[in-house]
Design a protein around this ligand. Structure first.
Ligand code: X2X
Length: 372
């Protein structure tokens, strides 16, 4: 009895000393971390964000609870304000396109230089070479220098053209067409240079704009955005011109990042690497040598649509897959935009990207163009 009481008293003391420490540690973790995504939950991008959040929740045994907010909900629809909101802590995480952060970080316009990657012999290898190379690191450094921590990459995809008037296979075909673009200056300049009439519109308003015929066309990735959106309800013509790509970046508010234990930071980086594999495979499915399909099958996540070109045709679209010569004509017509923007972005970064892509080319020069 005596020993029992003594034990209870000691246990109570131990609780008093340990309890404040334990609650101090737990208090650093929020009940919910908000992750921003610009397009909808069923986009490739939205699915990649959910995949990441689910992996983190599972592997941390619920300790880190990330909730995905798709459809620009946290941004009141204004996609180019995402970077500033993430930096000031209104948002904890974002799976973000380089395009939406490029108004604040000029280096992120690199992958929006028109036809820079489209003329590479293997455009996906070229993108991977940038992400894994010196130029990718320079982009990450530029973002981190402005106050947001980057823990991984993913991919929205190469942006292809869809129009209600068409088909489009040469720069002349674009003359006078109203094309919806993101509110980032390089887009306006590229489409003006091609003789089109670019209209700046947030994604949150774009579908209504397509429905009402306010514009004649738009540009977005096939697997990631156009198919989930059923773009054929608005546009009957698809042109595969690969004119730019938007890689995605997984960013974290630096204060939030510092709040995680080193073990949990490691866990988050590992989950981000898996989300990158999943997101890239979704973006490239049916457009590469079959590796994306095999990977998605291996993790039990193969989507219903595995042949995007057949899907668009079955839904009544004309599908124009531009030849290397046709792409070269667009490349030539946009030389001025590349020159002007190389000066704005920084010639060292563009040179580093060219060197990264050239190094990858020397490994893959015996292979034909991926996906045509
Ligand atoms: O607005 C777009 O076109 C979108 C959804 O692709 C981006 O956020 C860059």
């Amino acid at each position: 009895m005596k020993f029992g009481k003594l034990f209870l008293a000691l246990a109570a003391c131990a609780c008093l000393t340990v309890a404040p420490l334990a609650s101090a540690t737990a208090a650093q973790y929020k009940g919910e971390y908000k992750l921003s995504v610009v397009p909808g939950a069923t986009s490739g991008w939205g699915k990649t964000a959910s995949y990441f959040a689910d992996l983190v929740r599972e592997r941390s045994n619920g300790r880190i609870n990330i909730k995905v907010y798709p459809s620009s909900q946290l941004l009141s629809g204004k996609q180019t304000s995402e970077f500033l909101m993430l930096r000031n802590g209104a948002i904890d995480f974002a799976l973000a396109s380089t395009i939406n952060w490029s108004p604040q970080i000029k280096e992120l316009n690199l992958t929006a230089l028109p036809f820079l990657l489209a003329v590479q012999p293997d455009r996906y290898k070229a993108m991977d070479a940038i992400m894994d190379g010196k130029s990718g690191q320079m982009m990450v450094d530029a973002i981190e220098g402005k106050g947001v921590k980057i823990i991984g990459w993913a991919e929205n995809g190469f942006r292809e053209l869809t129009t209600s008037k068409g088909p489009i296979s040469a720069p002349e075909d674009l003359k006078g067409l109203k094309i919806r673009v993101v509110g980032s200056p390089i887009f306006i300049e590229t489409f003006r240079e091609l003789g089109a009439n670019p209209v700046n519109m947030n994604w949150s308003e774009a579908t209504t704009g397509f429905q009402q015929g306010v514009v004649d066309g738009q540009e977005n990735p096939t697997n990631g955005i156009n198919i989930p959106l059923k773009i054929w309800d608005f546009h009957k013509h698809h042109s595969d011109w690969h004119y730019i790509i938007d890689p995605l970046l997984l960013g974290v508010n630096p204060q939030v990042w510092k709040g995680f234990s080193p073990e949990d930071q490691k866990l988050l980086v590992e989950c981000a690497a898996e989300a990158e594999k999943y997101g890239k495979a979704l973006s490239r499915l049916g457009m590469d040598d079959g590796a994306s399909e095999a990977y998605l099958k291996s993790i039990g996540k193969l989507p219903d649509v595995t042949d995007p070109y057949a899907c668009m045709q079955e839904n009544g679209m004309t599908v124009t897959r531009l030849s290397p010569e046709q792409i070269a004509a667009f490349h030539k017509a946009t030389q001025k935009v590349r020159d002007d923007w190389t000066a704005k972005i920084g010639p060292e970064l563009v040179k580093a990207a060219e060197a990264d892509m050239a190094a990858a080319r020397s490994f893959f020069c015996d292979h034909p163009v991926a996906g045509g």
